[in-house]
Structures are given as C-alpha cells and as structure tokens.
Ligand binder design. Structure first.
Ligand SMILES: Cc1ncc(COP(=O)(O)O)c(C=O)c1O
Length: 391
C-alpha cells in the first residue's frame, strides 16, 4: 500500500521539535540521561494544581453512573456552563454553553474550527515565527498557510497583515502568549488588529490559540483577545496551564459577538465528530468543570526564565526576555541556526532551530526542566558559543 503523496511530503517537513526530541532519546541512551540537557519539548514537568488532582480523586471515588459514557458531541452541559461562566467573568461578554465546545486539546479545537470554515485554497494568515503544527492543521483542511513576519521584537505589524489579506483570506491565527518567542501581544496592538478586521469588506475571523494564557510574568495581565477583536474564536486547553498535555482536554469558544455564532457552533459540533474527536475525554471534562477558576502557580516558570535568561546573557548571548510561556527564543550566535543547534547537540544540549518555526537565526529552549539542568547546561552553551568564534 502506498502512502498519500501529501503525507509523504508532510513527513519530509515534519516538525523539528519532534525530530530533536527523538535525537535526544538517542543521545540519552548513548550518554546517559543525566549527561543530556533536553530543552526540546514544551512538556510541563510540574504537578497539576492540587485542587485539580483532588477533584480527579473525588470523581474517581464517587464514580457517578455512566461516568465513562458518550455525551452530547459538544461536551457535558456542566463543563460548557463552567467554561462559559469563567469566560464571561474574564471578558465581560455574554458567553453561554451554546458558544462552547469541549475539545481534544487546543490542537483539536484548532482543527475542529478550521475544518468547519475552510474551503480548498482558502488562506490562513499566521505570524512568523509560529508553532510549526499550524502548517499541518491548515493543510489538513485544504487551506493555505500565509506567513507574515513579525517585527524584530516578534510583535505583529498590522500594516503587514493588512497587505497579506486577499479575497481568499478566511482566518488570522494568533498565538499570544507566543510559542516560540514568549511574547505577549500588547492590548493596543490587538485593538488595532480588531480595527483592521472590522474594516474588511469580507468576514475574516481571528482564531486565538491561547493554551499559554495565564502563563505571564512580572505581574502582567494578559489582554483578552476576544474582548478586543470582535470576530474572535478561542482555542484553549489545560495542557500547559494545568500541566495535563497527555490528558487532551481543551475547548473552543465562539465569541457571542459573531453574528453567525449559532451556525458556526453547529458546524463545529459536527466537525469535531467527523474528525473522530467524539468526545473530549469524559472524566477530564468533569474535572475542569469543577476547577476552571483555579489559578496555576507559575512562579517556577518565571524563576527558570530568569535563571536561563541571566545565564545566557552573561555568557554573551542575545536573548529576548520572554513575557510569558516557558520558552526562550535566543538569537543564534552563528548565522546558520541548524548548524549551531548541531554544535549544541555535540555538547549534550538539545534545542530546536528557529528555522523550524519560520524564523531562521534563532533557537528555541523549552524550560520545562529543573533548575539544575539549566545550571548544568551553561558551560555547554559557553563552549558552543566559543566554537563559533563570537566570544
Ligand atoms: C501554540 C500552541 N498551540 C497548540 C498546542 C497544542 O496544545 P494541546 O496539547 O492542548 O493540543 C501547542 C502545544 O505545544 C502550542 O504550543
């Protein structure tokens, strides 16, 4: 049996993150786990918040009847009600359960939405650097990804987005707090983008992929994209914020301000089913229904950001200070980021080249590792920098 041509092509392009993760597994087997510093995958290493674990234990003990059964395709009414209440409180908008669809992570929410709105050849604007899976999510549904460069500080430039819009543009995909840069987009900029979307002569919807929303540092508030841009649909999950990526629980939320919110919700309830996601994990829907307002403790991520930022800056690296998430996206000291990441690899440090995110000349570090791994990596970073002749 032959593979689909499109998948063969996609496999050729498959994410650097996974490639480096696999390279890391090989290196660990060869050198021993303790001799490798793996910064490839944004896979939280902290425990989920205590109230979440308690809710899980209580549910398992209560074991209500038919706890593992199918439920309506959009999810349990109580889970959708809880998310709607939470979002209404945060945004001042009148979300109801009708606007919420429980999903298989943020990835499931993005695919469900894109399947519902894209016709073949429709365009989706993404802001570079971007989460590499977006290319595949868009192509899954016949869409065409249109990358638009952000500025030197990784912030969107509204004029560049305006220039990229064509009659085929259906969606602008935003991700703030951002993977890979850690940037949080400022409110004024989002407001300007909302003005642009409102001024267009055909409907373009912002898909706001927000799995890192509460992970913001230095006392910042994350602006609510849905409050600032009228035509917004949110994809979100508890993968990063509650450290539950393996449990695959998230949601899609359609702004009540979208005139077509009802038909779009019906379409997404259908597409989540035919994509095979039916249903979002039952047990976890019930857990998040009880814990949706829990604030995760993000202080350990901020301390790691500080430790790595200060360590690398002291060595002479050019490191944009992340506003949130658990990523850093330093400048590669060698022009060729792939070659530089290879030299880090030979020092036992695993990173992902910026090229994989659509921005060459940088590399991404996921700080989902303990402090001692950060400390242990710094001499290796020094040697790699020295090998480029730039220190
Ligand atoms: C920007 C972004 N969107 C979506 C996802 C996927 O999230 P989930 O595991 O909730 O599907 C990730 C995971 O790394 C991500 O970084």
């Amino acid at each position: 049996m032959s593979l689909a041509r499109s998948v063969t092509e996609q496999l050729g392009r498959a994410s650097w993150i996974r490639r480096m993760f696999e390279e890391g597994a090989r290196l660990k087997a060869e050198r021993g786990e303790e001799n490798v510093c793996d910064f490839t995958l944004g896979n939280p290493d902290i425990d989920p918040p205590a109230p979440v674990l308690e809710a899980l234990a209580r549910l398992a003990a209560e074991h209500p009847p038919r706890i593992h059964a199918y439920m309506p395709n959009a999810g349990f009414p109580e889970a959708r009600e809880a998310v709607a209440r939470h979002l209404s409180g945060r945004t001042g908008l009148s979300f109801t359960p009708r606007h919420i669809l429980m999903s298989v992570g943020s990835a499931g929410a993005c695919n469900t939405f894109l399947r519902a709105v894209l016709d073949p050849g429709d365009e989706v604007i993404v802001l570079a650097p971007y989460f590499p899976e977006y290319f595949f999510y868009i192509q899954n549904h016949g869409g065409r990804m249109v990358p638009v460069e952000t500025d030197a500080n990784f912030l969107p430039v509204v004029r560049r987005i305006a220039d990229a819009i064509t009659p085929r543009t259906k969606v602008i995909l935003l991700n703030t707090p951002n993977n890979p840069t850690g940037r949080v987009y400022p409110e004024t900029l989002l407001r300007d983008l909302g003005g642009l979307v409102d001024s267009l002569d055909h409907p373009v919807t912002v898909l706001s992929d927000e799995p890192y929303t509460p992970l913001v540092f230095d006392g910042r508030e994350h602006p609510q994209v849905v409050s600032l841009i009228r035509r917004t649909v949110i994809a979100n999950s508890w993968s990063k914020t509650f450290a539950l990526p393996g449990e695959r629980i998230g949601y899609l939320a359609i702004s009540p301000r979208l005139p077509e919110a009802g038909p779009l919700a019906d379409a997404c309830t259908f597409t989540t089913r035919v994509l095979g996601y039916v249903n979002a994990p039952a047990l976890w829907q019930r857990v998040v229904a009880r814990t949706v307002d829990v604030q995760p403790d993000i202080s350990s991520y901020q301390r790691r950001r500080d430790r790595m930022y200060e360590g690398l800056t002291r060595l002479g690296y050019d490191v944009p200070r992340a506003d949130g998430t658990f990523y850093l996206f330093p400048k590669s000291p060698a022009a060729d980021d792939v070659a530089f990441v290879q030299s880090l690899l030979s020092e036992g440090v695993l990173a992902v080249p910026g090229s994989g995110f659509g921005r060459a000349g940088h590399f991404r570090l996921a700080l989902t590792v303990p402090h001692h791994v950060i400390d242990r990596s710094l001499p290796a970073f020094r040697r790699a920098l020295q090998s480029t002749g730039s220190s």
